[in-house]
Design a binder for this molecule. Structure first.
Ligand SMILES: CC(=O)[C@@H](O)[C@H](O)COP(=O)(O)O
Ligand SMILES: NCC(=O)COP(=O)(O)O
Length: 253
């Protein structure tokens, strides 16, 4: 079964817009877990635009309390700065069950591509080894809309346990009413990853609208991490009800 990890970055965006503590990121995460979500994801960015290091510490404690997966995402190459100790240092401090490495930059509005495994392998390999020594499962953010037959073999050779398929291009194609060719590419990428010995996660711009079609077409997705759409939909339906709707979609696949 595919599990749902709720990304609560967007709760922190609202909170930061006024300062103070509300809406409370930990309370929101607790509501998601009470509704049955299988884990919590955050993607702290060095510019502190949403979750900050203190949120990461508090969410690590919450997920330990619930006995669920904490998935920490970030760019392992971004240097530390005031208020952001660096991705590996954060992992060392909180030991997330899963560390998802993402090649993003401050100038990006959000994550918009995966790693180039041929180019980035030498730099990634020792970092992946360090994370595994911390007993983190390691997932690498990966493009799935290309057709490089060796991409996933390269990711596996870096030492990754999983890849996370970057689903932004799929979500765009789905919204344009032309998802079939993209789904075929994603299914092929998932199969290449599984043949190379890795499990497959997926995330970015997944929503109630596009999730079912994705999971019906792409084999054996272990986990989806969903934030932006889910938090937006929760403004209308409530957080717990929205999480339950996602769980119902997962249950139909
Ligand atoms: C890796 C990924 O797709 C998500 O972490 C996404 O980047 C959410 O991050 P933001 O909330 O900063 O857009
Ligand atoms: N890894 C993807 C994620 O955590 C959430 O992405 P989005 O749903 O906020 O686009």
């Amino acid at each position: 079964m595919t599990v749902l990890s709720v990304n609560v970055n967007k709760i922190a965006v609202l909170r930061n817009s006024r300062g103070g503590r509300e809406p409370d990121v930990v309370r929101a995460a607790r509501a998601c877990l009470d509704a049955g979500a299988h884990g919590i994801t955050v993607h702290p960015r060095p510019d502190a635009r949403h979750v900050r290091a203190d949120d990461v510490y508090a969410l690590a404690e919450l997920t330990r309390e619930y006995g669920v997966e904490f998935n920490l995402e970030g760019n392992p190459f971004a240097p530390p700065r005031a208020g952001y100790p660096g991705f590996l240092a954060l992992c060392e401090q909180v030991r997330p069950a899963q560390a998802t490495l993402v090649p993003d930059g401050d100038a990006q509005l959000t994550s918009d591509h995966g790693f180039d495994f041929a180019r980035d392998a030498t730099a990634l390999r020792p970092l992946v080894a360090q994370l595994k020594a911390m007993h983190c499962r390691v997932s690498l953010f990966a493009d799935a809309d290309g057709e490089d037959p060796d991409d996933m073999r390269r990711a596996a050779a870096i030492g990754a346990d999983r890849i996370e398929l970057y689903t932004g291009p799929y979500a765009e194609a789905h919204a344009a009413g032309d998802a079939a060719p993209m789904l075929a590419r994603f299914a092929a990428a998932a199969r290449r990853a599984q043949t190379a010995g890795m499990a497959v996660n997926a995330g970015h711009d997944l929503s109630q609208d596009n999730l079912g079609d994705f999971l019906a077409a792409v084999p054996n997705v272990q986990e989806v991490s969903i934030g932006h759409a889910l938090i937006g939909e929760a403004l209308y339906a409530g957080l717990e009800a929205t999480v339950r709707r996602y769980l119902a979609i997962l249950a139909t696949v």
